[in-house]
Design a protein around this ligand. Structure first.
Ligand code: AP5
Ligand code: MG
Length: 185
């Protein structure tokens, strides 16, 4: 069974957080979500907090330098294999990550745009996330995803690390498929 560090790659709403939760319930992995860290940081009384209050929620990506620093700091405290959820999201971030640590497996959750919009609008009814609240912001998140993050599929395919998983299946089926990949990798 594969026991190294894992990246969960996928569009907004593709199920990265949901799969990460199932994995950490069943395996000894640490879940690192840059989205969660940024949302937490947004409430802090710092320069970064102030910056995030005006930028996070628009659907635009946070600048690489800020996210890279957050991940670098976080990885210094980690003492077991981890799951990166929402990082890297640009080629620059992926290159930076290579200077920090080893990644052996990248799970690419593939989901249609239609499903993404439906899922996020549904979650937006209760999530309190400003970036879940309007179709326009969700489309902006998707645009960012296709232009900045999608190239990572090719980046990790070339390294023979990418495994594609059909994210349209039920949550249980997605987790089962993940387990099969973990065992054969
Ligand atoms: P982030 O928090 O990472 O958001 P995201 O990537 O847009 O993705 P979500 O968290 O919305 O979706 P998910 O894939 O985790 O799906 P989930 O499991 O929740 O980032 C937010 C923002 O922070 C970014 O826009 C950017 O501004 C900034 N940011 C973060 N990282 C950054 C980085 N590296 N660089 C620059 N900026 C960064 O599922 C979604 C919904 O679907 C849920 O309701 C869930 O219950 C449901 N669901 C999940 N799986 C299934 C299934 N199989 N069947 C049915 N329903 C399902
Ligand atoms: Mg998430």
């Amino acid at each position: 069974m594969y026991k190294g560090n894992i990246i969960l790659l996928g569009a907004p709403g593709s199920g990265k957080g949901t799969l990460a939760e199932a994995i950490t319930e069943n395996y000894n992995y640490l879940h690192i979500s840059t989205g969660d860290i940024l949302r937490q940081e947004k409430n802090s009384d710092t320069e970064l907090g102030k910056f995030l209050r005006t930028t996070l929620g628009s659907g635009n990506l946070v600048p690489d330098k800020i996210v890279n620093e957050i991940v670098e700091t976080k990885l210094k405290t980690v003492d077991k294999p981890f799951l990166l959820d929402g990082f890297p999201r640009t080629i620059k971030q992926a290159e930076f990550l290579e200077t920090l640590t080893e990644i052996g497996l990248v799970i690419f959750l593939s989901v249609s745009d239609n499903t993404i919009v439906k899922r996020i609008l549904e979650r937006g009814k209760t999530s309190n996330r400003p970036d879940d609240s309007s179709g326009e912001i969700i489309l902006n998140r998707l645009r960012q995803y296709y232009s900045e993050t999608m190239p990572l599929v090719d980046f990790y395919s070339k390294q023979n690390k990418l495994m594609k998983l059909n994210g349209e299946m039920t949550k249980e089926e997605v987790f089962k498929e993940f387990q099969i990949i973990l065992n054969m990798f």
